[in-house]
Design a protein around this ligand. Sequence first.
Ligand code: SF4
Ligand code: SF4
Length: 341
Amino acid sequence: MDNRKIKKKDIGKLLNKWSQDFTVFVPSKENGIATMSKWDGKDTSFLNWYRNTVVPPKANLLPNMEKMFSFQKDKEGYHLELPAQDEQKQLTFGIRPCDAKALSILDMTFKDTYEDPYYLTKRRNTFLVGLGCTNPCDSCFCTSLGISPAESNDVDLMFVDIGDEFLIEGVTDNGKELIALANGVEEATQADEARAKEAKEASYHKVTRKIDTKNIKEKLLSSFDNQDYWEKVAAKCVSCGICTFLCPTCYCFDMNDELVKGEGTRFRSWDSCAFPIYTKMPMENPREEKWRRLRQKVCHKYEFYPMLFDIIACTGCGRCIRLCPVNWDIAQTLDRLPAKA
Ligand code: SF4
Ligand code: SF4
C-alpha cells in the first residue's frame, strides 16, 4: 500500500517538524481575512474550514506588492541593484485542488516568452500539500473545469479527510520523500483507501453548480461584438477589481518607481483590467467602457488563455462570485451567452 495516514490531532506536530526545514504556510486569518500565512506553531482550526481562503495562495508567489530592484541616481546616471532571490524552501499546507491547479496555470504565463525570476524562484522552492474539500460552497463549480474537490495532481502530497484521520497520497517523488520521514504517520489500510474513495466521490457530487464549457471559446468569439449583452452583464459592476485581485489565476501587475534623494526602488503590485485607469501609463486604456473591461475578464479566462495555452484559466473556485459586492456571476454570464456555437 503506497498511501499513508495521520491522525488529525497529530497535524500540529507534523507542521512543527516541517517548520524545521521550511517556512510553512497554512490557512489563517490576518486582520479577519482568510489567507495563507506563516504557521504560528499551534493553530490548526483551519482543518475545520469548509471554505477556501479569501486571498488565494498565489499571493505567496506573486505578492500584492514586491520589490523588483533598487537604484541610485548620481551625476553619471542610474545604477541598478538586483535583490538576491529568496531561495528559502516553503511549504504550503492546506491548498485546495482548485488553487493548486491555478498555480499550474500561472506557471504557463511566468515561464512563457520571459522567465520571471521573482515568481519562478519561489515556485521552484515551494512544496504544495493539498487538503481536499468536504463541503464545497454553492458558488464553486470546479467539477465543470475538470477539477475534483478532493483530488489533485498539482500538489506534492494530498490529504483526504477520512474521519479522525487523513489519508495521505504521495503525488510526486518529492512528496513521497517528505512524508516517508515524518513522525506519527502510518501505512494506510485497504479500509482507509475505501473510506477516502467514498469521501472523494461524496464531495465531488456536492458541487452542484455547473457550467457547460463545450465550445465555450467559439461561443465567446461569436458573442464578442454583442454590445447589448455585455452592457447588460456589466450594468451593476462598480469596477472595484475584487474579482481579479482575488482570482487565483489573474496575474496582471503594474510597476512603480519611488525615488527619494537619489535612492530609488522599483515595485510591482497587483493591477486589474477592471480598473478604468488600467494600462493608462504606457498608453490609453483601450477598454474605457466598463462592459469592455468585464468582457475582457471573461474572454481572457475562457477564450484567449485557451488559444495561447490550450487550457481554460478559471478553476471554478467561486471567489469572484462569493466576493463581488454586487453579486456579478461569471457562471451565469457564460451560461447566458447569446451565441450558441
Ligand atoms: S468584483 Fe464585481 S463589482 Fe468588482 S469589478 Fe468584479 S464584477 Fe465588478
Ligand atoms: S474567474 Fe472566478 S471562479 Fe474562475 S478562477 Fe477566477 S475567481 Fe475563481
